[in-house]
Design a protein around this ligand. Structure first.
Ligand code: SF4
Length: 251
């Protein structure tokens, strides 16, 4: 159970090297933290640093059943070459496409529900099954306006601690790290994709914008997030901080 003051952690690690943040997280909180990755560029950087601290640190991959074959091949290549401890988690097959008698697949009819069933719920179940109180991922502030308000350490509305060690990194810094260390990267980046999710063209397409790296995601709709990163409400975060402080003051 996390008892750390997240405000203090955010100040303590504001200018810290990412490797040092990860070392602190793993040494002080593992196994009370689960990490997920979709094996995009930021994820590869984070995995590379995590394996430098704890080589068999578990990395969970949410297998929606709609990934590009290139994503699965790239995941398997990294598992093999880096000897990673990757565990794929999947949605309940009976739940993943409700109303499938309907001719249109769920991702066309209701993409928010599709993401909830195939991404958000498997992660929620994983956190409960592992009985962890913290979840780590490779999101960055420069990815979109929703993420621009995130902190390195923050609470979500259910009270889980979210850890974003790369929160202050730019896309340019990510690629600099990849090129300098000669890391492998997802092959679809060479085919005009800049953010890679599920294969339906409604969900992921090639990017034609110079300024928005996530322009190719759900590009014909207003949807910008799958839901994994949406439940972050500042008021909730503050409420949890207040609740923790109150609990500590009563000890
Ligand atoms: S990205 Fe598309 S296919 Fe994947 S879970 Fe979301 S709506 Fe469904």
């Amino acid at each position: 159970m996390w008892t750390y003051d997240l405000l203090k952690l955010n100040m303590q690690f504001r200018y810290a090297r990412c490797e040092n943040i990860l070392r602190w997280v793993i040494e002080n909180t593992y196994p009370d933290v689960a990490m997920t990755s979709s094996f995009q560029a930021s994820g590869v950087v984070l995995i590379d640093m995590v394996r430098g601290v704890l080589p068999d640190f578990p990395i969970y991959f949410i297998d929606t059943g709609y990934h590009f074959p290139e994503t699965l091949e790239f995941r398997d290549r990294l598992i093999h070459e880096w000897d990673l401890n990757v565990i794929s988690i999947r949605p309940n097959p009976r739940e993943r496409n409700p109303g499938k008698a309907n001719k249109e697949p769920l991702y066309k009819r209701n993409p928010d529900l599709c993401c909830k069933i195939n991404k958000v719920e498997p992660l929620n179940k994983l956190k409960k099954r592992l009985n962890v109180t913290a979840w780590m991922s490779a999101v960055r502030r420069d990815q979109n306006s929703n993420r621009a308000g995130f902190n390195m350490f923050m609470y979500d509305r259910e009270g889980y601690v979210r850890i974003h060690p790369l929160i202050h990194w730019s896309g340019q810094k990510i690629w600099q790290y990849i090129y300098e260390k000669k890391l492998p990267f997802h092959p679809l980046y060479d085919k005009g994709y800049t953010s890679i999710g599920c294969f339906p063209p409604e969900c992921t397409s090639q990017n034609h914008s110079d300024s928005d790296p996530r322009q190719g995601r759900w590009s014909d709709t207003k949807k910008t997030e799958c839901g994994l990163h949406l439940d972050l409400v500042k008021e909730e975060e503050n409420a949890w901080i207040q609740r923790l402080k109150l609990r500590e003051s009563k000890k």
